[in-house]
Design a protein around this ligand. Structure first.
Ligand code: NDP
Ligand code: 8X3
Length: 253
């Protein structure tokens, strides 16, 4: 049994990871996000679907440094044996040129995608060092490999995740902790609704005329990465919908 901590488990890719790893039968799930009701709903769904699954949920805003360290330090003893950390919590806010951007949006993205990921990693690595089978999976993006019009700050945060992923692999090498970046293109989740602040029509139009990736597609990829033998690490994966060639070029029917 491996214990996996998934941040941002209340929606999209994080929730799909919880479902997929639950179905594998050899993971205990530590699930966190800000929306407690969503976490509890997911927990009861999984408890119904998978007999004997062990799940512990807790509310966490990854932007709150004290909260991150406090919550990890005060996990029940039986949940401190973390083997896998999936740094998934993240968001985009707005899609504006730098000269028109909202600095509050910038703060939210930098605080969540970069600082939040760092806080969680710093809090969890002492526990991962105790594991014989430790792995960190960081959710990057095509936006961490390319920059697209008006993507500026979101792209900068995901470029930072790309750099931190490489840095973690160097720093954690002596401890045998695997580090993998998963960099998706368009995945239909709540991502665009969050980016466009609840504008469902605009969010829907992002995926119009193509088949985007699903959270499950990414979760299955992560499950594969986690299932490699001890001597194999997949460093970095770019995974796109077939209808998307790069950050800007999409084939819509
Ligand atoms: P969703 O909006 O569906 O899910 C985002 C998750 O992050 C939610 O569970 C949300 O939970 C959590 N989250 C956001 N802010 C915080 C916070 N401050 N503290 C804790 N949790 C937080 O989007 P996705 O599933 O698509 O996104 C997951 C990751 O994948 C992100 O890092 C995103 O950048 C990345 N990604 C997404 C792509 C896409 O096209 N969808 C493509 C490439 C990468 P809650 O609101 O309850 O806190
Ligand atoms: C999310 C995918 O293309 O909106 O990271 O940047 S994209």
């Amino acid at each position: 049994m491996r214990t996996v901590l998934i941040t941002g488990a209340s929606s999209g890719i994080g929730a799909a990871c919880a479902r997929t790893l639950a179905s594998e039968g050899n993971y205990r799930l530590l699930l966190c996000a800000r929306r407690e009701a969503r976490l509890l709903e997911l927990k009861s769904e999984l408890l119904k679907d998978f007999e004997n699954i062990e799940i512990h949920t807790f509310v966490l805003d990854v932007r709150n440094r004290d909260e991150v360290f406090d919550r990890i330090e005060n996990l029940p003893a039986a949940w401190k044996n973390i083997d896998v950390l999936i740094n998934n919590a993240g968001l985009s806010q707005g899609l504006d040129a730098v000269q028109d951007g909202n600095p509050d949006d910038w703060d939210r993205m930098i605080d969540t995608n970069v600082k939040g990921l760092l806080y969680v990693t710093r809090a969890v690595t002492p526990l991962l060092k105790q594991s014989q089978n430790a792995h960190i999976v960081n959710l990057g993006s095509i936006a961490g490999k390319e920059v697209y019009p008006n993507g500026n700050v979101y792209c900068a945060t995901k470029h930072a995740v790309d750099a931190l992923n490489k840095a973690m692999r160097i720093d954690l090498l002596p401890f045998g902790i695997k580090v993998t970046a998963i960099n998706p293109g368009m995945v239909e989740t709540e991502f665009s609704e969050v980016r466009f602040k609840g504008d469902k029509d605009r969010a829907k139009s992002v995926y119009h005329g193509l088949t985007p990736l699903s959270g499950e597609d990414i979760a299955e990829t992560i499950a594969f990465v986690l299932s490699r033998p001890a001597h194999v690490n997949i460093n970095d994966l770019l995974i796109m919908p077939t209808a998307q060639a790069n950050g800007t070029l999409v084939n819509r029917k």
